[in-house]
Design a protein around this ligand. Structure first.
Ligand code: V47
Length: 368
C-alpha cells in the first residue's frame, strides 16, 4: 500500500470510530468522507446511524401540494418552474380555485398540505393568511406546511410587518410548519451566482430561527449537484447543524438533486446515482442533531429514493396525488408523481423496512 492510501485508511478508521461511538464528526472529517470514502462503507455507517435514530421505520404521510402560482418576481438559474405572466405554461390560482383543489382531495384522507409557489408580485401576507384560514375551515384537522423562507420574507415585508409579527399572524391563521425550500446553497458566491434575489444565507437562517422560536417547526434543504463543491455542501450542512443546536426546530433534512431540463443551467450534467447516495450517507452522518432524512421521490425518482433508504434516509415524504410540478418541469422521472398508501408501503417493505404512516411531526398514524 502506498503512503497516501495508508494515511487515508487510518483517517477513515478514526472517523469510523467517532461515528460508531456517536461522536460528532468535524467539517474536515466530512470532507475526507466526500473525497475518499468507499460508497458501501459509507452506506453501512449511515445505516448504523439511521437505525439508532429510527429503528427499522420508514415514514411517509398522506399529503398534497398546492402551488398557487408559478409566476415569480425572481429568476433563479436552476429553476424550471418560474414562468412569465401570459406564458401558456403559467398559472395563478384564485383562492376559490385552491379551495376547490382542497375539497377534491378530502376523500384521500390527507393529513398534510404543503403550500409553496412563486414569489408573486402583488400578494401580501393578508392574502395568504386569509387562504390558510379558509383551508382550515374546510379541513381543520389537516396540517398546513407552508411557504419557503423566501416567500415568507417577501409577503411579510410587503405587509409592513416584522418577521416575528408576520409569522405569528400566519400561525394564528392556522399555519403549522415551514417547508425547507429556498435554502439552495448558503455559500455567498455560489448563492449570488445561482439566485441573487433570494438574499444571503442569513435571511433564510434567520426566518427559520424565528419560526422555531414562534413554535413553528420546519425542514431544511440543500440543492446540490450544480456548480457547488464538497466544501460548499459541508459548510451548508454546518450552518444547519449549528442552528439546530440552538433551536431544535428542524424535523428533517432534504437533499435536493439539481435537475437540469428547461433552466439556465441545462448545460451542466446531472450528478450520478452513486453521488446522490454518497451525499445522503454523509448528510445522515454529519447532521447528527436533525432527526429525519427525507428521500423526496418526486425529485430523485422512486428507484433512487428506494436505494437512499439504505444510505441513511428514513422518510419518503408522501403520497403527493400528482399535485406538484416543480420537478416534472425540470425533467425528473416522475411526470405525474403519485403513490397510493399501498404502493408506498409495499416499496418500503420490499426494501426490508417497516412502513409507518406519520403525522407532520412524525407521530405514527398507523403501522401497516
Ligand atoms: O428551494 C427548484 C428546489 C425547492 C429545481 O420541506 C430544484 O418537506 C432541483 O424545498 N432541480 C422547493 N431542485 C421544494 C422544497 C421541498 C420539496 C419537498 C419537501 C419539502 C419539505 C421541501 O426545490 C427549491 C429548490 O431548491 N428546486 N428547481 C431543479 N431544477
Amino acid at each position: 500500500m502506498s503512503g497516501i492510501s495508508v494515511q487515508i485508511t487510518s483517517s477513515l478508521a478514526k472517523i469510523e470510530e467517532k461515528i460508531r461511538t456517536f461522536q460528532r464528526i468535524s467539517i474536515e472529517d466530512a470532507l475526507v468522507l466526500y473525497n475518499n470514502a468507499p460508497l458501501g462503507w459509507l452506506g453501512s455507517l449511515a445505516n448504523f446511524i439511521r437505525t439508532k435514530k429510527s429503528g427499522n421505520n420508514v415514514y411517509f404521510n398522506r399529503n398534497i401540494h398546492i402551488e398557487p402560482t408559478n409566476i415569480c418576481l425572481y429568476q433563479c438559474r436552476f429553476c424550471s418552474f418560474k414562468k412569465e405572466p401570459g406564458d401558456s405554461l403559467s398559472w395563478n390560482f384564485s383562492q376559490d380555485d385552491i379551495l376547490e383543489m382542497v375539497r377534491s382531495h378530502i376523500s384521500d384522507n390527507i393529513t398534510e398540505i404543503h403550500i409553496t409557489g412563486g414569489v408573486y408580485p402583488d400578494r401580501d401576507l393578508l392574502w395568504y393568511a386569509e387562504l390558510i384560514e379558509k383551508i382550515k375551515n374546510i379541513v381543520p384537522h389537516v396540517h398546513l406546511k407552508g411557504f419557503t423562507a423566501i416567500e415568507l420574507n417577501y409577503m411579510i415585508l410587503r405587509s409592513g410587518l416584522t418577521i416575528e409579527d408576520g409569522l405569528q399572524k400566519l400561525k394564528e391563521a392556522g399555519l403549522g410548519s415551514i417547508p425547507g425550500g429556498g435554502a439552495e446553497i448558503f455559500d455567498k458566491e455560489i448563492r449570488t451566482n445561482l439566485c441573487p434575489e433570494k438574499g444571503p444565507a442569513g435571511l433564510w437562517l434567520n426566518i427559520h430561527e424565528k419560526a422555531h422560536k414562534a413554535g413553528l417547526f420546519s425542514n431544511a434543504t440543500m440543492l446540490y449537484g450544480h456548480i457547488e463543491t464538497y466544501v460548499h455542501r459541508v459548510a451548508h450542512m454546518n450552518e444547519l447543524r449549528n442552528l439546530q443546536e440552538k433551536t431544535q426546530g428542524f424535523n428533517a433534512f432534504i437533499p435536493l438533486k439539481f435537475r437540469k431540463q428547461y433552466n439556465f443551467l441545462s448545460h451542466l450534467p446531472e450528478v450520478t446515482l452513486a453521488e446522490d447516495l454518497k451525499n445522503y450517507a454523509i448528510a445522515r452522518i454529519f447532521l447528527d442533531n436533525i432527526p429525519h432524512l427525507k428521500a423526496y421521490w418526486p425529485m430523485m425518482g422512486k428507484e433512487a429514493a428506494r436505494l437512499a433508504l439504505h444510505f441513511g434516509a428514513d422518510d419518503l415524504d408522501g403520497t403527493i396525488h400528482d399535485t406538484t410540478r416543480i420537478y416534472s418541469l425540470a425533467g425528473a422521472e416522475e411526470k405525474s408523481p403519485e403513490m397510493s398508501v399501498d404502493e408506498i408501503s409495499e416499496l418500503i417493505i420490499q426494501e426490508g423496512f417497516k412502513p409507518v404512516e406519520r403525522t407532520s411531526d412524525y407521530k405514527a398514524v398507523s403501522t401497516q
